[in-house]
Design a protein around this ligand. Structure first.
Ligand code: SF4
Length: 330
């Protein structure tokens, strides 16, 4: 079987640099901890790194220069595999999932039997893909939308996501609100995701949520349900940026100092499997980026039935410090 970085969704190997931190695996061993799978609940489907934006914090090197996206044959295999897993949640991500020509088919196929179907959107790709049809489908199928919106400050948001992205994002949030998404009392859920603009950790989620809600309502009359604040993961383009700006070691040390063993129990990799655009399995989307296959063994969805057994091993790397910093990454 071919083995290259491109197979897994990254064009470039992670830039080599000394992180200066204790290897995550050793840290766990020293604390007498192991990271093992619990009962599987969630399938995360990465439709590929094709995207209309080129965000600085992207851990996947996604962008308009990437053309890889899941084809129909792999999608059919995915649907078969998903049936054998019977997940509580299917979380569709990318790149920009809206740019996959088979997204509507995937939503139509999963929505009748998946209790919670989520799509991660950068907001601007929804407009590019033809808002009306997709939005109508998402509404009808009660798809949960999880939108990247790093900051209510236009300069900060555009420093991360590109010039002109603030206006387009606000416009799409308005369209979503008008469709009923994020409106108090509506069943259509719209959550936002914020991540820091630079080499520092995110603020406490609850406080940030209050600030975002106040700002977005006051300045633009925009509503949403929940805000998630995540640390940037030192992989892909964000890693290259950290290295090129001399921030890599400092950032890794910051993550290591914020290590919180209480996060281990609830880490997403314990209950989730991540599937690449080619149908390979990973313990999470970050391991997918660095080609660390699920449990250390390269496997395709066509070879598997159901979630891995509880107690199966999870492969870790130093990027796991981003998941275990502060209150964690779920
Ligand atoms: S990066 Fe996070 S989710 Fe992935 S294996 Fe490490 S701790 Fe688990």
């Amino acid at each position: 079987m071919e083995s290259s970085w491109a197979v897994y969704g990254c064009t470039a190997e992670p830039a080599k640099a000394e992180s200066g931190v204790e290897p995550f695996r050793k840290k766990l061993a020293r604390l007498g901890k192991t990271l093992l799978r619990a009962t599987g609940t969630t399938l995360q489907v990465n439709l590929g790194p094709m995207c209309n934006q080129l965000c600085r914090h992207c851990h996947l090197d996604a962008g308009p220069h990437r053309t890889e996206t899941m084809d129909l044959e792999t999608m059919e295999e995915l649907l078969r595999f998903a049936r054998t897993c019977a997940p509580q949640v299917v979380d569709i991500t990318g790149g920009a999932p809206e740019l996959n020509p088979h997204l509507s088919y995937l939503v139509e196929s999963l929505s009748p039997w998946v209790p919670r179907l989520m799509i991660r959107t950068n907001l601007t790709a929804l407009a590019e893909a033809g808002t009306e049809e997709l939005l109508e489908l998402f509404r009808k199928k009660r798809v949960v939308l999880v939108a990247s919106f790093p900051s209510p400050n236009p300069a900060q948001l555009e420093a991360q996501r590109g010039i002109g992205v603030m206006g387009k994002s606000l416009e799409m949030l308005r369209v979503l609100n008008m469709a009923g998404y994020g409106i108090p009392g509506s069943e259509l859920e719209l959550d936002l995701v914020s991540n820091p603009a630079g080499a520092f950790l995110p603020p406490a989620q609850q406080k940030a949520q209050e600030r975002f809600r106040k700002e977005l309502q006051r300045r633009w009359g925009i509503h949403f349900n929940r805000l998630y604040t995540f640390a940037n993961v030192p992989l892909g383009r964000f890693r290259m940026w950290l290295i090129s700006t001399g921030n890599f070691q400092g950032y890794m040390q910051r993550l290591q100092s914020a290590f919180n063993p209480l996060t281990l129990e609830g880490l997403m990799c314990r209950s989730l499997v991540s599937i690449s655009w080619e149908g390979y399995l990973f313990d999470c989307d970050f391991n997918l980026c660095v080609a660390l296959p699920m449990g250390g063994m390269k496997r395709h969805i066509s070879e598997m039935e159901g979630f891995p057994e509880p107690g199966s091993p999870i492969v870790v790397g130093d990027h796991c410090y981003a998941c275990t910093a502060g209150s964690g990454f779920t």
